[in-house]
Design a protein around this ligand. Structure first.
Ligand code: PEP
Length: 250
């Protein structure tokens, strides 16, 4: 079980234009967000400046979708955690399944990126999750263990980590995990953390669910004991739907 503060992240991925981002920011600003929860939106790097200047940051915080594994230097095309901190961006999403599969980020790379971002002062939304093949072949818990082991090997202070369980088969597919499927894994992950990091850390750790979360399925998921919030892709591009999800705290 968990005593964690509800957390909702909106991952815009590589979507949007100046026009659509302006519209989304207006929709978000019009929404009512409950006090005492964390809501973080994650635009593509190029729109972060605009969003920072126009989004109501009493309600919403900002996250980047990636950061370089180390500090500034000759790394063409990358943005560093130090630059995000300098710019006033408090969060970063790391280890998203799209970056693992499309950009070849290994468990070890994600672990090192997470440690570097934390050291630079960022909060990290660290993503893990199994593929459908892994789930069906019975290797799901082994896969999750390996993803977690790589984080545990690198992270010293877990107070600024939010763990996002995102089954790959549920991301962008419209096939949401059932509340029972999600709860089973969240409880497993909390148990893993209790064992490896102690009960004090495990109880406070936000474990959020991601994968086809919508304004209609969020409420049943949030009732589950170990689901402390959501990471939302597609539905985070629609202001009213995202605001509804932010209001779904169990
Ligand atoms: C995501 O990419 O983190 C995600 C959960 O996407 P979607 O909500 O679109 O499945």
């Amino acid at each position: 079980s968990s005593s964690a503060k509800f957390f909702v992240g909106g991952n815009w991925k590589a979507n949007g234009s100046t026009a659509s981002v302006a519209k989304l920011v207006d929709e978000l600003n019009a929404g009512t967000i409950p006090r005492g929860i964390d809501v973080v939106v994650s635009p593509p790097f190029i729109y972060i400046d605009y969003v920072m200047q126009h989004l109501d940051r009493a309600k919403y915080q900002l996250a980047a979708q990636n950061a370089w594994i180390g500090g500034n230097g000759a790394f063409t095309g990358e943005v560093t955690a130090e630059q995000l901190t300098d710019f006033g961006v408090p969060w970063v999403i790391l280890g998203h399944s799209e970056r693992r599969s499309l950009c070849g980020e290994s468990n070890e790379v994600v672990g090192k990126k997470t440690a570097h971002a934390l050291a630079a002062g960022l909060g990290v939304i660290a993503c893990i999750g199994e593929t459908l093949d892994q789930r069906n072949s019975g290797s799901m818990f082994k896969v999750l263990d390996a993803q977690m082991d790589a984080l545990v090997a690198e992270v010293k202070d877990w107070s600024k980590v939010v763990l996002a369980y995102e089954p790959v088969w549920a991301i962008g597919t419209g096939v949401v995990a059932t509340p029972e499927q999600a709860q089973e894994v969240h409880a497993y992950l909390r148990q893993y953390c209790t064992k490896k990091l102690g009960a004090a850390v495990a109880d406070k750790l936000r474990i959020i669910y991601g994968g086809s979360v919508s304004d209609t399925n969020c409420k049943d998921l949030s009732k589950q004991e170990d689901i402390d919030g959501f990471l939302v892709g597609g539905a985070s591009l629609k202001g009213p739907a995202f605001v509804t999800i932010c209001n779904a705290a169990g």
